[in-house]
Design a binder for this molecule. Structure first.
Ligand code: RAT
Ligand code: ZN
Length: 443
């Protein structure tokens, strides 16, 4: 058994990689390793430059993030319809004035904008946005992306790509060259959750499907997925599911899941990401900001993991009440990988609770976080927050381990951080590729 001993040069000395760390050294070594390790961001809504205007960045987009829009309506007398009638720039001005000038921006999402401004040495207390706008307008997208990802400590970003989004599909149809930092994901909400509104799009493209998804529809949807696989080369397929999701159930969505999506994932050796617990459009007048959360019945997940042992499921749940069950299921099913603290869970207090629980129940065999960034520069503050919270959590875990009789070295810390933020994701995304702690593989 390795035990901690005081380094002969004293507690504040720099530990070499194989030395057992003293209690006093642990926090700074953990902080340093988290800072210097490049992370994989396994779920974002960002886009490679080839997608042009679909990819959002800059101060006006940062301020009109739907997390901030929801907060704006709590403070402002303006109605949603009045707000939606404004131009993007006017909306951003209104949010800046309300949330950042007339009030102190202490919410998580508001603090994030401040952190981004500070990262670019832009004013955080001014009454207007002229300087920030001038700065972002002067950037060219390729170089800016490179800089932002460097600042965020992110090597690889996973996009969210919807083959049934007309604007996005048009870009894919022209052909999209591989980008070395962006990976695609085939998002299937329209097929699995809203088939009745979308089956005709597939039918119009020559796939012989019907409204009930009967007969050969399952096979045709598989063909559709195979064709899009060739276009996108996705690293996984994904769907966001309501809190009411059940499996097995006699619904069209369940049939398509069983007959098309899960077999396609097996054929292509792709995991399926299930994001469970959203209640869409609780307040439709708020648009994207109008969704809420509900506690889900995770028996559906249990049934899927057991019935389909040859499928792999990447899972994030939106309700705080479902987090513990998710950990228990991950202990039962090795084809289940919990990932991220999603959306309403992505606040330091809740991230801390969820992540401590996951470490206690799963060690390092999970993926602690994704950014869910919709606007490029958000990766800076979101990953900074994650590193800050994780420094505390990991340092505490190592301190307890040391107290219980097993010291850790810098190499141990590096191995753990690499697993959590990089190689667990790479191993699950890369088809049949072994886990790797080396630079970004080409998927
Ligand atoms: O967090 C968000 O931005 C949500 O609006 C959703 O996009 C969610 O992350 C999702 O992927 O459905
Ligand atoms: Zn998302």
């Amino acid at each position: 058994m390795r035990t901690a001993s005081l380094n002969s040069t004293g507690e504040n000395s720099v530990a070499s990689n194989g030395d057992v760390l003293t209690e006093a050294q642990i926090p700074s070594i953990v902080e340093g390793v988290l800072a210097s390790t490049q992370f994989v961001d396994i779920h974002t809504h960002l886009f490679a430059p080839a997608f042009g205007k679909i990819g959002l960045w800059g101060i006006d987009e940062l301020l009109t993030y739907h997390y901030l829009e929801a907060e704006y309506f709590r403070y402002s007398d303006s109605t949603p319809s009045r707000y939606w009638s404004l131009s993007k720039r006017e909306q951003a001005d209104a949010i800046w004035k309300t949330l950042f000038v007339e009030n102190t921006p202490i919410s998580e999402a508001a603090r994030g904008v401040i952190a981004v401004l500070k990262a670019f040495q832009l004013p955080t207390e001014s009454s207007g946005l002229d300087e920030a706008r001038a700065f972002f307008e002067a950037q060219t997208i390729e170089a800016h992306i490179h800089k932002v990802l460097q600042m965020a400590g992110v090597c690889t970003l996973v996009m969210t790509n919807d083959p049934l989004d007309p604007e996005e599909a048009a870009v894919w149809m022209k052909g999209v060259a591989n980008h070395k930092q962006f990976r695609a994901v085939m998002r299937l909400d329209r097929i699995l959750c809203n088939w009745s509104a979308h089956w005709q799009v597939l039918a119009g493209q020559g796939y012989q499907v019907d409204e009930q998804a009967s007969g050969k529809s399952g096979a045709k949807v598989r063909r559709f997925l195979a064709d899009w696989y060739e276009r996108m080369h996705p690293v996984y397929m994904a769907v966001s599911l309501p809190d009411t999701f059940e499996y097995p159930q006699g619904t069209v969505g369940n049939r398509l899941l069983k007959e098309a999506v899960l077999p396609a994932c097996r054929e292509m050796d792709l995991p399926l990401s299930l994001m469970i617990g959203v209640r869409k459009g609780v307040n439709p007048s708020l648009r994207l900001a109008g969704d809420a959360v509900g506690r889900a019945n995770l028996r559906a997940l249990e049934n899927l993991c057991r019935e389909f042992p040859d499928n792999r499921f990447l899972v994030s749940v939106l309700s705080r009440e479902n987090q513990h069950e998710l950990c228990v299921y991950a202990r039962k099913f090795s084809n289940l990988m919990p990932f991220g603290c999603w959306w309403f869970m992505n606040n330091p207090s809740i991230v801390e609770e969820i992540t401590r629980e996951r470490i206690e129940m799963l060690g390092t065999s999970f993926i602690p976080q994704h950014s869910d960034a919709r606007v490029l520069e958000q990766v800076i503050y979101k990953w900074n927050n994650t590193r800050r919270t994780l420094t505390r959590i990991l340092a505490d875990s190592y301190r307890l381990l040391l107290e219980d009789g097993r010291g850790v070295t810098r190499d141990d810390v590096q191995r753990d951080v690499t697993r959590l933020f990089r190689s667990n994701a790479e191993a699950w995304m890369a088809p049949r590729a072994p886990a790797s702690d080396t630079p970004t593989p080409s998927f």
